[in-house]
Design a protein around this ligand. Structure first.
Ligand SMILES: NC(=O)c1ccc[n+]([C@@H]2O[C@H](COP(=O)([O-])OP(=O)(O)OC[C@H]3O[C@@H](n4cnc5c(N)ncnc54)[C@H](O)[C@@H]3O)[C@@H](O)[C@H]2O)c1
Ligand SMILES: O=C(O)CC[C@@H](O)C(=O)O
Length: 399
């Protein structure tokens, strides 16, 4: 981590409860933590829905202490040069543990059984007899030898797939965009489904670990249920929007889906038969909340102090050792001759370039230029104005 001396105090706004150890990453001499400010330099968020929020200047960055960024208006941020970070893998173990816990618990009708046992309160000496007579309602099925389909083999899916093998399950995985890193970590005993249909047709249990996007929205629906085995159990620890809830309600009624274990209860879900509603606890462990908060805070701090970007979901990873010289960081459209125009704007001020880096991601790019000379504060507005005049510039920071 860099140890830059900031010449002004920056404000970090929190929109959710963020673990203390994460907030402690921000030195109080240089940062104010505030959950009210509308002049924040950066935002730390978990699940708060930011879609309708104004993204006012001087907001430079948003860090999601978690994986999913569907609560953040990422496209709007990109257009404004606001960097959005997440914390890949930081809560994956917590989610994996709850997936496997509920996979077994639901299969053994544990939740319903425990709730029923509580209703026996007050029956006195009769309770043991009632238990023995009533337990037949809760006969479950073992997971050993059954097939688990894992959709999405990223940080969480890969952990679930590997550990399900250790529980003697057969595992089929589907992920057309699997990363090289994950592929290396995945057991060779995980069978690869060539199509999602193949996974649907062969799984006794299905767990989904993909982001909610236009492509994945409603991927569980009447048509896909029809491909599945009867009594399939579906686990959704990803996002509610992946499931067409009207179709799920019907599939549960008919027994096509035996159980729906979801981390996203709502009014529709709570009315469903054989649903196991969990109050979004996937990542709710002390360990995971700290991991996410620390990672999010470090990434934000590094970006604010040096311009370096790591684990952004909308801009490329860019890193240049920070030497304390003036750094010009520019967001721009990914079109020809941008770097040339930016560097000539700088040389118009007779400044020498010591180092530079340029990376692109889709339609946008990010360029950082370190200036060799001491830059007089008086000329900074002029440099900014010249660069801002270039067609395709989204934003500029001098650090
Ligand atoms: N319940 C919780 O508390 C909780 C916690 C963490 C993450 N999540 C959710 O889980 C999701 C996954 O988290 P992660 O950390 O594993 O993310 P990740 O980015 O590491 O993995 C996602 C995987 O999904 C794959 N994928 C994308 N589209 C796909 C598709 N159409 N079909 C198959 N695979 C596809 C990607 O290639 C990637 O490997 C997050 O986006 C978030 O919505 C929920
Ligand atoms: O912050 C949480 O508790 C949940 C986070 C989770 O939904 C995620 O996408 O990482």
């Amino acid at each position: 981590m860099s140890t830059v001396t900031l010449n002004k105090v920056l404000t970090i706004k929190t929109l959710n409860n963020i673990a203390e150890r994460g907030l402690n990453v921000f030195n109080k001499d240089h940062y104010t933590i505030d959950n009210e400010s509308n002049k924040a330099d950066a935002i730390l968020v978990r699940s708060f829905n930011m879609q309708a929020l104004e993204l006012d200047t001087p907001l430079k960055a948003i860090a999601r202490a978690g994986a999913g960024v569907n609560n953040i208006p990422v496209e709007k941020c990109t257009e404004k040069g606001i960097v959005v970070f997440n914390t890949p893998g930081a809560n994956a173990n917590a989610v994996k543990e709850l997936v496997l816990t509920t996979l077994i618990a639901a299969s053994r009708n544990l939740f319903a059984g425990v709730a029923w046992a509580r209703t026996l309160d007050g029956e006195g000496d009769q309770i043991p007899k009632l238990v023995e007579a009533g337990k037949k309602q809760f006969v479950g099925k073992e997971i050993k030898g059954k097939t688990l389909g894992v959709i999405g083999l990223g940080a969480i899916g890969a952990l679930v797939a590997n550990d399900a093998l250790n529980l003697d399950m057969e595992v089929i995985g589907f992920d057309p965009f699997i990363s090289v890193d994950t592929a290396w970590n995945l057991s060779r005993n995980v069978h690869r489904a060539m199509t999602i249909e193949q996974l649907f047709a062969n799984s006794d249990f299905i767990t989904v670990h993909v982001p909610l996007t236009n492509d994945t929205k409603g991927m569980f629906n009447e048509a896909t249920f029809s491909l599945m085995k009867p009594d399939v159990h579906i686990l959704n620890f990803s996002r509610d929007g992946l499931v067409n809830e009207a179709d799920m309600a019907v599939a549960l009624e008919t027994g096509k889906v035996g159980k729906y274990i979801t981390d996203f209860p709502n009014e529709n879900v709570l009315k469903m038969k054989n649903v196991v509603p969990i109050p979004h606890l996937g990542a709710s462990t002390g360990e995971s909340e700290e991991n996410c908060a620390i990672m999010a805070a470090r990434q934000l701090k590094e970006y604010l102090e040096t311009g370096n970007i790591k684990n952004s979901v909308n801009f490329p990873n860019v890193s240049l050792p920070y030497t304390g010289k003036t750094r010009v960081a520019v967001f721009h459209k990914n079109v020809p001759n941008m770097v040339g125009q930016i560097t000539s704007a700088i040389s118009n001020y007779h400044l020498n370039i010591a180092d530079m880096i340029n990376r692109s991601r889709g339609e946008y790019a990010y360029t950082m230029i370190d200036i060799d000379n001491e830059v007089n504060n008086d000329i900074i507005p002029g440099i900014e104005a010249q660069i801002n005049q270039i067609n395709g510039i989204v934003g500029i920071r001098l650090i």
